[in-house]
Design a protein around this ligand. Sequence first.
Ligand code: 6GU
Length: 238
Amino acid sequence: TDVRLDVITIFPDYLAPLDLSLIGKARREGLIDLRVHDLREHAHDRHRTVDDTPYGGGAGMVMKPEPWGEALDELVGGHHEEGAETGAVPHLIIPGPGGIPFTQQTARDLATEPWLAFACGRYEGIDERVYEEAAERMPVSVISLGDYVLNGGEVAVLSMVEAIARLIPGVIGNEQSLVEESHEDGLLEYPVYTKPASWRGREVPEILLSGNHGAIADWRHEQRLRRTAARRPDLLSD
Ligand code: 6GU
Protein backbone atom coordinates (compact mmCIF):
# COMPACT_ATOMS: atom_id res chain seq x y z
CA THR A 1 0.00 0.00 0.00
CA ASP A 2 1.15 3.54 -0.71
CA VAL A 3 -0.44 5.13 2.34
CA ARG A 4 -2.09 4.12 5.59
CA LEU A 5 -4.86 6.25 7.09
CA ASP A 6 -6.47 5.58 10.50
CA VAL A 7 -9.51 7.44 11.79
CA ILE A 8 -10.54 7.29 15.46
CA THR A 9 -14.11 8.43 16.15
CA ILE A 10 -17.17 7.72 18.29
CA PHE A 11 -19.22 7.75 15.02
CA PRO A 12 -17.58 5.27 12.62
CA ASP A 13 -20.71 5.43 10.40
CA TYR A 14 -19.90 9.08 9.58
CA LEU A 15 -16.92 7.81 7.56
CA ALA A 16 -19.03 5.43 5.43
CA PRO A 17 -18.77 7.69 2.34
CA LEU A 18 -15.08 6.75 2.14
CA ASP A 19 -16.30 3.40 0.71
CA LEU A 20 -17.63 5.27 -2.35
CA SER A 21 -16.34 6.75 -5.59
CA LEU A 22 -12.63 7.32 -6.23
CA ILE A 23 -11.53 6.80 -2.60
CA GLY A 24 -13.51 3.55 -2.32
CA LYS A 25 -11.95 2.33 -5.57
CA ALA A 26 -8.44 3.26 -4.40
CA ARG A 27 -9.07 1.31 -1.16
CA ARG A 28 -10.27 -1.77 -3.04
CA GLU A 29 -7.25 -1.54 -5.36
CA GLY A 30 -4.95 -1.42 -2.32
CA LEU A 31 -3.57 2.10 -2.97
CA ILE A 32 -4.98 3.33 0.35
CA ASP A 33 -5.17 1.32 3.59
CA LEU A 34 -7.94 3.18 5.45
CA ARG A 35 -9.04 1.89 8.85
CA VAL A 36 -11.82 3.40 10.97
CA HIS A 37 -11.74 2.73 14.73
CA ASP A 38 -14.51 3.18 17.32
CA LEU A 39 -13.17 5.13 20.31
CA ARG A 40 -15.82 3.53 22.53
CA GLU A 41 -13.96 0.22 22.31
CA HIS A 42 -11.52 1.89 24.69
CA ALA A 43 -14.20 2.97 27.18
CA HIS A 44 -14.60 0.18 29.71
CA ASP A 45 -17.37 1.28 32.05
CA ARG A 46 -20.95 0.07 31.77
CA HIS A 47 -22.04 3.01 29.63
CA ARG A 48 -18.83 3.23 27.57
CA THR A 49 -18.38 6.83 28.71
CA VAL A 50 -16.04 8.99 26.61
CA ASP A 51 -16.86 12.45 28.06
CA ASP A 52 -17.14 14.24 31.39
CA THR A 53 -17.73 17.74 32.78
CA PRO A 54 -14.96 20.34 32.44
CA TYR A 55 -12.71 21.15 35.42
CA GLY A 56 -13.14 24.82 36.24
CA GLY A 57 -16.75 24.78 35.06
CA GLY A 58 -18.29 25.97 31.84
CA ALA A 59 -20.65 24.73 29.20
CA GLY A 60 -20.64 21.33 27.58
CA MET A 61 -18.55 18.22 28.00
CA VAL A 62 -14.88 17.34 27.46
CA MET A 63 -13.57 14.07 26.01
CA LYS A 64 -11.85 11.99 28.70
CA PRO A 65 -8.15 11.24 28.22
CA GLU A 66 -8.11 7.49 29.01
CA PRO A 67 -9.96 6.20 25.90
CA TRP A 68 -7.79 8.41 23.66
CA GLY A 69 -4.62 7.20 25.39
CA GLU A 70 -5.57 3.58 24.83
CA ALA A 71 -6.65 4.15 21.23
CA LEU A 72 -3.34 5.83 20.39
CA ASP A 73 -1.40 3.10 22.27
CA GLU A 74 -3.08 0.50 20.09
CA LEU A 75 -2.15 2.47 16.97
CA VAL A 76 1.54 3.11 17.67
CA GLY A 77 2.35 0.37 20.13
CA GLY A 78 2.30 1.82 23.64
CA HIS A 79 4.20 -0.97 25.39
CA HIS A 80 3.78 -4.30 23.66
CA GLU A 81 1.22 -3.60 20.96
CA GLU A 82 1.56 -4.12 17.24
CA GLY A 83 3.95 -1.63 15.62
CA ALA A 84 6.29 -1.36 18.59
CA GLU A 85 8.99 -3.34 16.75
CA THR A 86 9.48 -0.96 13.85
CA GLY A 87 9.11 2.26 15.84
CA ALA A 88 6.98 3.68 13.03
CA VAL A 89 4.49 6.33 14.14
CA PRO A 90 1.72 8.15 12.25
CA HIS A 91 1.46 11.90 11.83
CA LEU A 92 -1.54 12.59 14.07
CA ILE A 93 -4.04 15.09 12.68
CA ILE A 94 -6.58 16.51 15.12
CA PRO A 95 -9.31 18.45 13.28
CA GLY A 96 -10.69 21.45 15.12
CA PRO A 97 -11.74 25.06 14.53
CA GLY A 98 -8.78 26.18 16.68
CA GLY A 99 -6.20 24.64 14.36
CA ILE A 100 -3.92 25.94 11.61
CA PRO A 101 -5.71 26.44 8.27
CA PHE A 102 -6.04 23.45 5.93
CA THR A 103 -5.04 24.47 2.39
CA GLN A 104 -4.11 22.78 -0.89
CA GLN A 105 -0.48 23.01 0.29
CA THR A 106 -1.41 21.13 3.50
CA ALA A 107 -3.02 18.43 1.36
CA ARG A 108 0.09 18.23 -0.86
CA ASP A 109 2.38 17.91 2.18
CA LEU A 110 0.23 15.28 3.91
CA ALA A 111 -0.12 13.27 0.66
CA THR A 112 3.63 12.53 0.81
CA GLU A 113 3.41 10.94 4.28
CA PRO A 114 3.20 7.14 4.58
CA TRP A 115 0.95 7.07 7.65
CA LEU A 116 -1.66 9.57 8.87
CA ALA A 117 -4.02 9.15 11.83
CA PHE A 118 -7.04 11.40 12.42
CA ALA A 119 -8.47 11.89 15.92
CA CYS A 120 -12.07 13.13 15.75
CA GLY A 121 -13.09 15.21 18.75
CA ARG A 122 -16.67 15.92 19.74
CA TYR A 123 -18.30 18.04 22.44
CA GLU A 124 -16.16 21.00 23.61
CA GLY A 125 -12.93 19.18 22.80
CA ILE A 126 -10.40 16.61 24.01
CA ASP A 127 -8.59 16.84 27.38
CA GLU A 128 -5.43 18.89 26.69
CA ARG A 129 -3.14 16.21 28.13
CA VAL A 130 -3.96 13.93 25.19
CA TYR A 131 -2.35 16.48 22.81
CA GLU A 132 0.66 16.84 25.13
CA GLU A 133 1.32 13.13 25.49
CA ALA A 134 0.70 12.38 21.80
CA ALA A 135 3.16 15.13 20.81
CA GLU A 136 5.91 13.37 22.82
CA ARG A 137 5.36 10.23 20.78
CA MET A 138 4.55 11.41 17.23
CA PRO A 139 4.13 14.53 15.07
CA VAL A 140 0.80 16.18 15.93
CA SER A 141 -1.03 18.88 13.94
CA VAL A 142 -4.29 20.55 14.91
CA ILE A 143 -5.90 21.59 11.62
CA SER A 144 -9.03 23.65 10.82
CA LEU A 145 -11.04 23.75 7.60
CA GLY A 146 -12.01 27.37 8.10
CA ASP A 147 -13.57 29.92 10.39
CA TYR A 148 -16.82 28.16 11.22
CA VAL A 149 -17.79 25.47 13.72
CA LEU A 150 -18.74 21.85 13.04
CA ASN A 151 -20.12 19.51 15.70
CA GLY A 152 -17.12 17.20 15.46
CA GLY A 153 -14.07 16.27 13.44
CA GLU A 154 -15.74 13.58 11.32
CA VAL A 155 -17.03 15.76 8.48
CA ALA A 156 -13.72 17.63 8.46
CA VAL A 157 -11.88 14.30 8.11
CA LEU A 158 -14.05 13.37 5.11
CA SER A 159 -12.92 16.61 3.43
CA MET A 160 -9.27 16.31 4.41
CA VAL A 161 -9.01 12.64 3.38
CA GLU A 162 -10.60 13.40 0.01
CA ALA A 163 -8.29 16.36 -0.62
CA ILE A 164 -5.23 14.29 0.36
CA ALA A 165 -6.14 10.94 -1.24
CA ARG A 166 -6.82 12.40 -4.70
CA LEU A 167 -3.21 13.66 -4.79
CA ILE A 168 -1.80 10.15 -4.24
CA PRO A 169 -0.46 8.84 -7.57
CA GLY A 170 -2.90 6.37 -9.14
CA VAL A 171 -5.98 7.51 -7.21
CA ILE A 172 -7.07 9.88 -10.00
CA GLY A 173 -6.92 8.52 -13.56
CA ASN A 174 -6.22 11.82 -15.34
CA GLU A 175 -3.25 13.42 -13.56
CA GLN A 176 -3.45 16.48 -15.82
CA SER A 177 -6.81 17.33 -14.20
CA LEU A 178 -4.87 17.84 -10.96
CA VAL A 179 -2.61 20.61 -12.29
CA GLU A 180 -5.39 22.50 -14.10
CA GLU A 181 -7.57 23.28 -11.12
CA SER A 182 -8.31 25.95 -8.54
CA HIS A 183 -5.61 26.59 -5.92
CA GLU A 184 -2.86 24.79 -7.83
CA ASP A 185 -1.31 28.09 -9.01
CA GLY A 186 -3.03 30.69 -6.82
CA LEU A 187 -5.87 31.58 -9.20
CA LEU A 188 -9.43 30.27 -9.36
CA GLU A 189 -10.47 28.15 -12.35
CA TYR A 190 -11.89 29.58 -15.60
CA PRO A 191 -15.58 28.95 -16.49
CA VAL A 192 -16.27 25.81 -18.51
CA TYR A 193 -18.96 24.95 -21.08
CA THR A 194 -20.14 21.88 -22.97
CA LYS A 195 -22.74 21.06 -25.63
CA PRO A 196 -25.21 22.33 -26.69
CA ALA A 197 -23.62 25.57 -27.99
CA SER A 198 -26.97 27.32 -27.45
CA TRP A 199 -29.11 26.58 -24.37
CA ARG A 200 -32.22 28.54 -23.28
CA GLY A 201 -31.02 31.48 -25.32
CA ARG A 202 -27.55 31.46 -23.74
CA GLU A 203 -24.57 31.05 -26.05
CA VAL A 204 -21.19 29.50 -25.30
CA PRO A 205 -18.55 32.28 -25.67
CA GLU A 206 -17.66 32.43 -29.36
CA ILE A 207 -13.90 32.29 -28.73
CA LEU A 208 -14.24 28.72 -27.42
CA LEU A 209 -15.69 27.62 -30.78
CA SER A 210 -12.98 29.43 -32.80
CA GLY A 211 -10.33 26.69 -32.76
CA ASN A 212 -7.73 29.41 -31.98
CA HIS A 213 -5.91 27.73 -29.09
CA GLY A 214 -3.68 30.70 -28.29
CA ALA A 215 -6.65 33.07 -28.10
CA ILE A 216 -8.57 30.54 -25.99
CA ALA A 217 -5.66 30.25 -23.52
CA ASP A 218 -5.48 34.08 -23.25
CA TRP A 219 -9.27 34.34 -22.71
CA ARG A 220 -9.19 31.67 -20.03
CA HIS A 221 -6.33 33.38 -18.18
CA GLU A 222 -8.24 36.68 -18.26
CA GLN A 223 -11.37 34.93 -16.92
CA ARG A 224 -9.33 33.42 -14.07
CA LEU A 225 -7.97 36.86 -13.09
CA ARG A 226 -11.44 38.46 -13.20
CA ARG A 227 -13.04 35.66 -11.23
CA THR A 228 -10.29 35.67 -8.60
CA ALA A 229 -10.51 39.47 -8.22
CA ALA A 230 -14.29 39.26 -7.78
CA ARG A 231 -14.52 36.28 -5.45
CA ARG A 232 -11.15 35.98 -3.74
CA PRO A 233 -9.28 39.31 -3.83
CA ASP A 234 -7.19 38.03 -0.90
CA LEU A 235 -5.50 35.57 -3.28
CA LEU A 236 -4.25 38.43 -5.49
CA SER A 237 -3.06 40.82 -2.76
CA ASP A 238 -1.21 38.52 -0.34
CL1 6GU B 1 -11.34 20.70 11.33
N1 6GU B 1 -13.32 20.65 13.09
C1 6GU B 1 -14.41 21.16 13.67
N2 6GU B 1 -14.99 20.49 14.67
N3 6GU B 1 -14.96 22.30 13.31
C2 6GU B 1 -14.37 22.93 12.30
C3 6GU B 1 -13.24 22.46 11.65
C4 6GU B 1 -12.73 21.29 12.08
N4 6GU B 1 -12.88 23.32 10.67
C5 6GU B 1 -13.76 24.29 10.73
N5 6GU B 1 -14.67 24.08 11.71
